[in-house]
Ligand binder design. Structure first.
Ligand code: MN
Length: 287
């Protein structure tokens, strides 16, 4: 099932090029109380909401997907986890251009560790990317987004994929420079997720998906998720050995070669096999 938030934060299901309005399914959520449990309420109760959606779908009004504005399919993630240097061809391009790729930590991924992006950076494709610091390089990084569905602490690698709610297209936007990754990757709108969440049951093998990214129609990044140095299950197990993962936490699982600069006015087109396509406009931040 392809679950989305769209327009004025309405809940939808995408099928056959149409978006079905299923907001009534939110009545299945428990009443919010303070303090809220960690994580995203909808993702935490996805099975219940999904059952309600199934009952509503036959009579749900719909409109063409081309006419809606897609927001992030996760509304309230607790954290966004980044996986650096996880494709060999990207490692090679970074090592070949150390004037641009100035990350202070070098070496293989198991030595570098994971990083965190601020949850406040998250937007959906319709919101676009607002570039800051025009004198510096802002790069696109095309990635498979993994959305955690259940609380996970110290999970074994062989069990890890059972903690996945679903997948989405992710853009790990990045300002190049000498600072720590978490700062340079946490600007408002520098984490794009969309256009919808494909539930894990609808993806056969997430470790065997073609991913691609174009800018203004020019292909820049193309790979298979099979090329990841550390696969999704190991990422979840590794992350959960340091901190508890909560429903709605997002893992951006690493980028392949071809990362490059975007400028105001550019249009980024991303695609992941079995997930879909999303278009993201780039503009200059105001002020
Ligand atoms: Mn990245």
């Amino acid at each position: 099932m392809n679950i989305c938030w769209y327009d004025q934060h309405q809940l939808g299901v995408v099928a056959d090029g149409r978006v079905y309005a299923v907001g009534g399914a939110l009545a299945a959520l428990p009443t919010a109380r303070y303090p809220a449990a960690p994580g995203d309420l909808l993702i935490a109760h996805l099975d219940t909401v999904r059952a309600a959606i199934e009952r509503l779908l036959p009579n749900a009004p719909s409109k063409p997907a081309s006419e809606v504005r897609f927001l992030s399919p996760v509304a309230n993630p607790g954290k966004i986890i980044g996986v650096p240097v996880n494709y060999a061809d990207h490692v090679a391009e970074a090592n070949a251009d150390q004037a641009t790729f100035t990350d202070r930590y070098k070496g293989p991924i198991r030595e570098q560790g994971l990083f965190l992006k601020a949850a406040s950076a998250l937007v959906g494709p319709s919101e676009g990317v607002a570039l800051r610091f025009p004198e510096r390089l802002s790069h696109h990084e095309m990635e498979l987004g993994v959305v955690i569905g259940k609380t996970a602490a110290n999970v074994a690698q062989e069990d890890a994929l059972s903690y996945v709610a679903g997948y989405a297209i992710a853009l790990d936007m990045t300002v190049r420079g000498p600072e720590d990754r978490s700062l340079r990757k946490s600007l408002d709108s520098y984490a794009v997720l969309g256009p919808w969440l494909v539930t894990a049951d609808a993806i056969g093998d997430a470790q065997r998906l073609d991913i691609s990214l174009s800018v203004n129609g020019e292909l820049r990044q193309r790979a298979s998720t099979a090329e990841m140095i550390i696969g999704i299950a190991e990422q979840i197990a590794w992350a959960s050995s340091y901190y508890t993962l909560h429903p709605g936490d997002i893992i951006m699982s690493g980028t392949c070669a071809g990362v490059g600069q975007v400028l105001p006015g550019d249009v980024i087109d991303c695609a992941i096999e079995g997930v879909g396509e999303m278009r993201v406009a780039v503009r200059a931040a105001q002020g």
